[in-house]
Ligand binder design. Structure first.
Ligand code: SIN
Length: 334
């Protein structure tokens, strides 16, 4: 026994493992650099923990979804239950990182730190940010201070509760924010400072049963509104194979009268509608959103459309009724 913690790194692809034709090329291919090579690039790790690596996927995160995240979640559960592992780091693409971390928080309840990280620049780029992010993620996963915080995202020197991670920039290094509560820690050099209040997901591990299932999640559509609704589109959007819809409406959940009236006229028993918003920092409550006559539409609270769709799919799979789904969403903003 060396006394150093053992951290297990799982690579899934993304820009952090991307390789371009030169150090200045904007284009690159995701998933070309293996987990062991990523770790080898990180200077300073020799004094820190013992690292084990594995490659679960090697693709851009636009190709990942609930099917792959369930596989990832099962592996995380297995690893965090092992006496030989003290913490887990997952490298992932930034594009769906916020959904991955929210999903993992809903289906896992790890007793050890689980930290997701990523990069905005490929591994081959000038000033690649991946090595520093990976170093900081490993430092965080090795920290007993971060036990019991649920899934975490570490990016650009900040520690973000996983369920609150939102991507707000498609190019800058400072591309992730913690919404609504803010970051819970910072990393500077070799020091991790946990300063914010612990705010684990109130629904952490609520859907662990999902890990025992093999079927796909029920289909939920996301409808993105823009100014100028065209009559008749709603019927096309709300298809029979779909059990629920998330509407990315305006502002605090307003919908055009034409949309609200059209939905009100549809036969929608057994069908759940969640109203979210297309703004980056969402706050939709029952009193701020447009009411749809005869339909108990669910306000999404702080959840953006993509996170709302994940929660709604898991709730539908669990057989929850609309009133229970309203309460489920409410738990995240009351
Ligand atoms: C991806 O999400 O796989 C590509 C973008 C990134 O990782 O920054």
């Amino acid at each position: 026994m060396s006394g150093k913690p053992t951290i297990h790194v799982i690579a899934t692809g993304g820009t952090i493992s991307g390789s371009g034709s030169s150090a200045t090329a904007a284009a690159y291919e995701s998933g070309r650099v293996e987990a062991s090579e990523l770790v080898a690039e990180v200077e300073g790790l020799s004094q820190v923990p013992i690292i084990e690596t594995e490659n679960l996927f090697a693709t851009g995160s636009e190709n990942l979804g609930p099917v792959q995240w369930r596989m990832l979640a099962r592996r995380i559960e297995e690893l965090t239950k092992s006496r030989d592992v003290d913490g887990v780091v997952v490298t992932h693409g930034t594009d769906t990182l916020e959904e991955a971390s929210f999903f993992l928080d809903l289906v896992c309840k790890p007793s050890k730190p689980v930290v997701l990280t990523a990069a905005m620049r490929p591994a081959t780029a000038l000033s690649a940010d991946g090595p520093a992010n990976l170093y900081q993620a490993i430092l965080s996963a090795a920290s007993p201070q971060l036990k019991g915080h649920g899934i975490l995202v570490v990016m650009n020197g900040t520690v973000i509760p996983g369920w609150q991670a939102i991507k707000t920039d498609s190019a800058a290094l400072e591309s992730f924010s913690a919404y609504p509560n803010g970051i819970i820690g910072r990393i500077s050099g070799e020091r991790l400072i946990v300063s914010g209040e612990s705010c684990p997901l109130p629904l952490s591990g609520r859907f662990t049963d999902h890990l025992n299932k093999d079927s796909k999640l029920p289909l939920v559509r996301v409808i993105f509104l823009r100014g100028g609704y065209e009559e008749g589109l709603i019927e096309d959007w709300i298809k029979k194979d779909c059990r629920g819809v998330v509407i990315a409406g305006f502002g605090a959940g307003t919908l055009p009268d034409t949309v609200a009236n059209r939905i009100a006229k549809m036969e929608l028993s057994e069908f759940v509608i969640v109203v979210s918003s297309r703004v980056p920092r969402v706050m939709v409550m029952s009193e701020t959103m447009t009411q749809i006559e005869g339909c108990n539409a669910v306000p999404s609270g702080f959840l953006n459309p993509q996170k709302s769709a994940l929660l709604l799919s898991l709730a539908l799979e669990d057989g929850l009724q609309t009133a229970e789904i309203v309460n489920l969403f409410k738990k995240l903003y009351s």
